[in-house]
Design a protein around this ligand. Structure first.
Ligand SMILES: C[S@@+](CC[C@H](N)C(=O)[O-])C[C@H]1O[C@@H](n2cnc3c(N)ncnc32)[C@H](O)[C@@H]1O
Length: 332
């Protein structure tokens, strides 16, 4: 079942002062850098969440369908990799859960099999965590859910402090690709060091493939990806009192098949000045803002990532087209 964010989302997000001042500092730092950038974690406000749901429905955006294929068709394999015939109660912690559209298959099957667990989705979007807390118990009666509205690692720390149960951490949707490869190694190492022997990480990773197919996924002809990127400028206008004219920016996506880096940019269509509170940000014509990386990996690069971050590969599941993989890594 697809959870509709549209109906209740508008009532839910009220950023607090600390979040707003962090958002402001991050935006000013990014836009004052020699190569301007914005952090992609800020894409996800109420509108950004809805736009991302529309992206996931695009025909060209293959990662969602591919990972859905794994979660809906290979649920039994996932369950046996997770439980390994162990009947202890465990916590499923999902980092950047979004609308949990894929993990719901796993959660439903676990409930059906009467396997005892608590689901702890962590998301930076309060809209999402509020929504999951309300909607999942309706979609999956009997689920125990404790959502945490936080950044990945601070949310993980809270989740780990709450129980001594065995942990299964989900990090799906290729979100790991939103980190540069060196940052991904560091992130996986940090997760690994917070886990106990026997705990598992299920990591969704988008695979290198025909470069044209990858580029189409991030450069859709309907313009939703452009809208998603521009929405961050609108969010800066609304929450930080800036005056971006979104019609003066275009979206550009690139993919380098050697490095596997797919990058999104906004391009200033003219020389212009943007005011954000007391800060003045100058844009030259054709100057870009780097918005997001979606890094793609080969199977060998994934093995290397597991090795560098201290995990043992327990299972690797693929969709029918081998577009995407969900690997199960264990802490020994
Ligand atoms: C691309 S969506 C993917 C959602 C889901 N994992 C899936 O596979 O469908 C990314 C989600 O991660 C959340 N997110 C992004 N950066 C985050 C961060 N630094 N900490 C916590 N959540 C984050 C966003 O709010 C969004 O819900």
């Amino acid at each position: 079942m697809k959870i509709e964010l549209n109906n209740t989302a508008d009532q839910l997000t009220y950023p607090n002062e600390i979040q707003v001042s962090q958002f402001y500092d991050d935006v000013i730092n990014g836009l004052s850098a020699p190569n301007k950038y914005l952090q992609s974690k800020y894409f996800y406000d109420v509108n950004g969440d809805k736009l991302f749901q529309r992206i996931m429905e695009l025909k060209d955006y293959y990662p969602t369908a591919a990972e859905m294929d794994i979660f809906s068709d290979k649920t039994d394999l996932l369950i046996s990799a997770i439980t390994a015939n162990n009947e202890e109660e465990f916590d499923i912690i999902e980092l950047g859960a979004g609308d949990a559209i894929k993990s719901q298959h796993l959660l439903k099957s676990l409930i059906k099999d009467k396997i005892s667990f608590t689901y702890i989705p962590i998301d930076i979007s309060k809209n999402i965590t509020d929504f999951l807390s309300i909607s999942l118990p309706v979609a999956i009666p009997d689920i125990k859910i404790e959502a945490i509205n936080a950044d990945y690692l601070s949310g993980l720390e809270i989740a780990l402090s709450r129980s001594t149960n065995k942990k299964i951490i989900l990090f799906l949707g290729g979100n790991i690709g939103n980190m540069e490869p060196h940052a991904a190694v560091q992130f996986c190492k940090e997760i690994q060091s917070s886990m106990a022997p026997g705990d598992k990480l299920i990591l969704g990773i988008d695979l290198k493939k025909n470069p044209k197919r990858i580029l189409s996924a991030y450069n859709d002809s309907t313009g939703v990806t452009k809208e998603f990127n521009l929405n961050l400028l609108t969010r800066i206008n609304t929450e930080l009192g800036a005056d971006f004219d979104t019609s003066s920016f275009d979206h550009y996506a690139s993919y380098d098949p050697i490095s596997g880096a797919c990058k999104s940019f906004l391009v200033s269509l003219k020389k212009q000045v943007v005011i954000i509170r007391n800060e003045v940000v100058n844009f030259e014509k054709n100057e870009v803002i780097f918005m997001e990386i979606s890094q793609k990996y080969s199977p060998n690069e994934i093995s290397h990532l597991a090795q560098l971050s201290g995990f043992k590969l327990t299972a690797a599941l693929y969709d029918g087209e081998h577009d995407f993989t969900d690997v199960v890594w264990t802490v020994e």
